[in-house]
Design a protein around this ligand. Structure first.
Ligand code: HEC
Length: 121
């Protein structure tokens, strides 16, 4: 029994260390256990999003927290809208700087990335 418990604790601590230090774990509700978060985190690592966006630090694009806050009370149709914007690129919502197009991103991955971004409200 105690061996089982130790194995469980070990597995749990490994999982707990899996999150990146750049993420928000400050709130009472830990989003890092959310599958939407985990999928987005994996996709973000494979794409160039972090060159222009961080969760809390303003770079070339708006922070993900700003984006999530802006659309916090938007209807669900905002997800496909933003996914297409990420795929096609665009400008004018946050200023004159343009987001590059991401022609290699599938709609499914763009959607997963947008859902991830919208978690940071
Ligand atoms: C070359 C820099 C750059 C890269 C790379 C980039 N973005 Fe952006 N992003 C921007 C800028 C600039 C804006 C603001 C565009 C505007 O004002 O309409 C933006 C806006 C956004 C928005 C909000 C759009 C809106 O209409 O409110 C989302 C969501 C977003 N980016 C997600 C992503 C994701 C996901 C990736 C990676 C696949 C990514 N961005 C890569 C620069 C970038």
């Amino acid at each position: 029994m105690s061996k089982f418990l130790l194995a469980f604790l070990f597995a749990f601590s490994l999982a707990a260390c899996g999150g990146s230090s750049d993420t928000n774990t400050a709130g009472a509700n830990d989003i890092t256990t959310n599958p939407v978060y985990q999928k987005g985190q994996a996709l973000i690592a494979k794409n160039d999003c972090l060159t222009c966006h961080k969760i809390d630090e303003k770079l070339i694009g708006p922070t993900y927290r700003e984006v999530a806050t802006k659309y916090a009370s938007a209807s669900d149709t905002i997800v496909p809208y933003l996914a297409h914007k990420v795929m096609k690129g665009g400008t004018g919502t946050w200023g004159q700087v343009a987001m590059a197009a991401h022609p290699n991103l599938t709609e499914e991955d763009a959607t997963a990335l947008v859902k991830y971004v919208l978690l940071f409200k």
